[in-house]
Design a protein around this ligand. Structure first.
Ligand SMILES: [Ca+2]
Ligand SMILES: [Ca+2]
Ligand SMILES: [Ca+2]
Length: 370
């Protein structure tokens, strides 16, 4: 068996076993299209993010996502029906115990995110543990098929059996869950500590397919579902047509997140990556660099008898609104009033000039996403 390495990775294959009628309760049809809604005992179906390129990730909390490093940084992520923008510069590759980069990465998005924090498993799972894997992988298109030992279509009984992926371009993908049991633990794949599952002909059994990389693997501990793994690679048979078939006996490799748990939790707690006092989300709104402590938004003002001139670096993709008040700043009824309409930033020396007719007036500048 060889270990395939795919720059995209998982659809969950749903297996129908016709001699077990009880399975009809959980499997909707023969075409593999089921399991696109959360299972009754939901480990976190709505925590799986889908990038603009249909790649998978998991929302950890505090605006941070975890994914496969080989997915690359997304521009947007859809989570539970809402699109969020990746905050440029927040992509962080995780490392092994000697500081080398591994195939896991975290990134942050802007927007009003769910506040609950996803529990991460603290110990390596054991062989036989039940898992639920969820990813936005490629659809399967065939019913159960058989191939001979040369991977030609079998006439009667297959030497290999399984399903073919959707081969249209662009590929169809779906967010889907599948179940499985852990086969092996303590594996090292591309320098990542992994565990694996084996694709068997069982109801709801899942196997990763392209675009599932970065998807989540959950294990229930007591009453709590914990994130235990990140889907990374597929193991195919030697000679198997690469990246086209999910055959029984194929493997899915998942990063064992208990090994990287401290690193993930530390990164998830970061709100101001460059420690310049301006949070990453505020820097995104101001279009400044969240990884450069010398980059943050500030306004200079110049007062003359007639005019006030406010000068600042204004991003050309952000708008700026001056507000003022004649209240005392300690006034509980303090009210900020807009001065004119928002202007677009114009780079260095963006200016707003006002002619003041008040005895006492306070100003405030606001930067907004257009
Ligand atoms: Ca299995
Ligand atoms: Ca900052
Ligand atoms: Ca900064």
């Amino acid at each position: 068996m060889k270990t395939g390495y795919f720059k995209y990775c998982v659809v969950m294959w749903v297996i129908w076993v016709c001699c077990q009628p009880a399975l009809a309760v959980v499997i909707v049809g023969l075409n593999g299209a089921a399991n696109t809604n959360a299972p009754a005992d939901d480990p976190g179906f709505n925590r799986i993010g889908v990038s603009q390129d249909d790649l998978s990730s998991v929302y950890l909390g505090n605006s941070w996502f975890l994914t496969a490093n080989h997915n690359g940084a997304p521009s947007t992520v859809n989570l539970d029906g809402t699109n969020y923008t990746h905050i440029s510069g927040t992509w962080v590759q995780l490392t092994n115990n000697v500081g080398g980069g591994i195939d896991l990465a975290m990134f942050k998005v802007a927007g009003d995110m769910p506040t609950n924090i996803l529990p991460i498993r603290s110990s390596s799972p054991a062989s036989g543990n039940n898992v639920i894997m969820i990813g936005n992988g490629r659809e399967r298109t065939s019913g159960l098929k058989g191939w001979d030992e040369y991977w030609e279509d079998a006439i009667f009984f297959g030497f290999y059996n399984g399903y073919t992926y959707d081969s249209t371009s662009p590929y169809d993908t779906s967010l889907r869950w599948g179940s499985n049991q852990i086969e092996s633990t303590g594996l090292s794949s591309n320098g990542v500590t992994c565990f694996s599952t084996d694709f068997d002909d069982n109801p709801n059994e899942g196997q990763a397919t392209p675009a599932d990389s970065g998807g989540g693997v959950f294990i229930k501990s007591g009453d709590t579902w914990e994130l235990a793994g990140t889907i990374l690679y597929i193991g195919e048979y030697s000679g198997q047509p690469s990246n086209q078939i999910a055959a029984f006996g194929n493997l899915t490799y998942m990063a064992d997140l208990s090994v990287y748990r401290d690193q993930i939790i530390n990164q998830r707690s970061v709100t101001d990556m460059d420690a310049d006092g301006i949070s990453d989300v505020e820097e995104y709104i101001a279009d400044t660099d969240p990884t450069d402590s010398n980059s943050f938004w500030q306004v200079e003002s110049q007062l003359t008898l007639a005019d006030q001139t406010f000068t600042f670096y204004g991003s050309t993709i952000r708008q700026y609104q001056l507000l003022y008040t004649t209240n005392d700043l300690a006034d509980p009824g303090l009210e900020w009033i807009t001065n004119g309409t928002p202007i677009w930033g114009a780079g260095t020396n963006t200016q707003i000039i006002v002619t003041n007719t008040e005895n006492t007036v306070f100003y405030r500048m606001q930067v907004t996403l257009p």
